[in-house]
Design a protein around this ligand. Structure first.
Ligand code: GSH
Length: 210
């Protein structure tokens, strides 16, 4: 088994944090996506979406998508359980993980890709010379994130972690979602104090020392 990743890529970091929380290690092969290595053979056919991370199994099967890789690693290494132990826990964790990914991470991803100069010509991950950056995507992405943060603030205020009393994979997705606010003028501490306090707590965990 081999994990292809790029040290500063948030999606790859999601898997690395997950593995550190579980105390597992997988051989890693760095792939410099800034230099475009994902578009060269054999990587371009291993992951035709041209993104890291992706996991190559010993039989040649390739699993891309950070959360799919984490789910696979969870099944091989069930303890500590980061996706829940019972049907109810698994459903609640999945609910929060999806809310953060779909309603927070994706709008912020588009805001970032349409804002940061590194992503000129690459507004869709894994593409080259695709579309011009659109300022409206930046304002709309951050507006959607403000709505999302306002919705989760009361929930976070009542819970130690995103999906309840225990740290789970939903906290990892939430960390990489909320961390993106630092690239924009968003007042996390003033407007969403419970989210800010949760972020500080999670950031201090050893697995998050990236
Ligand atoms: N949904 C994918 C996203 C993967 C992704 O966007 N990876 C970025 C790095 S964070 C990448 O490899 N980008 C290469 C590129 O844009 O060319 C996942 O969660 O794994």
């Amino acid at each position: 088994m081999k994990l292809y990743d790029f040290e500063v890529a948030p999606s790859a970091q999601r898997v690395r944090v997950f593995m550190a929380e579980k105390g597992i290690e997988v051989p890693i092969e760095p792939l410099n996506v800034r230099a475009g290595e994902q578009f060269a053979a054999p990587f371009s056919s291993m992951n035709p979406f041209h993104c890291v991370p992706f996991l190559e199994l010993d039989d040649g099967t390739v699993i891309a998508e950070s959360m799919s890789i984490c789910r696979y690693l969870e099944e091989l290494n069930p303890t500590p359980a980061l996706y829940g132990r019972t049907a109810e826990e698994r459903a609640v964790i999945d609910m929060w993980e999806r809310r953060f990914e779909l309603d927070g991470f994706i709008p912020m991803l588009h805001a970032m890709r349409n804002h940061v100069p590194n992503f000129i010509g690459k507004v869709v991950p894994g593409t080259r010379n695709d579309l011009p950056q659109l300022p409206e995507m930046v304002s709309r992405g951050t507006e959607m994130m403000e709505i999302f943060l306002a919705r989760v603030e009361p929930h976070i205020a009542k819970n130690d972690f995103v999906a309840g009393p225990e740290f789970t994979v939903a906290d990892i997705t939430a960390f990489f979602t909320v961390r993106m606010t630092t690239a924009f003028e968003m007042d996390l501490v003033g407007s969403y104090p419970a989210v800010a306090a949760w972020l500080a707590k999670v950031s201090a965990r050893p697995a998050f020392q990236l």
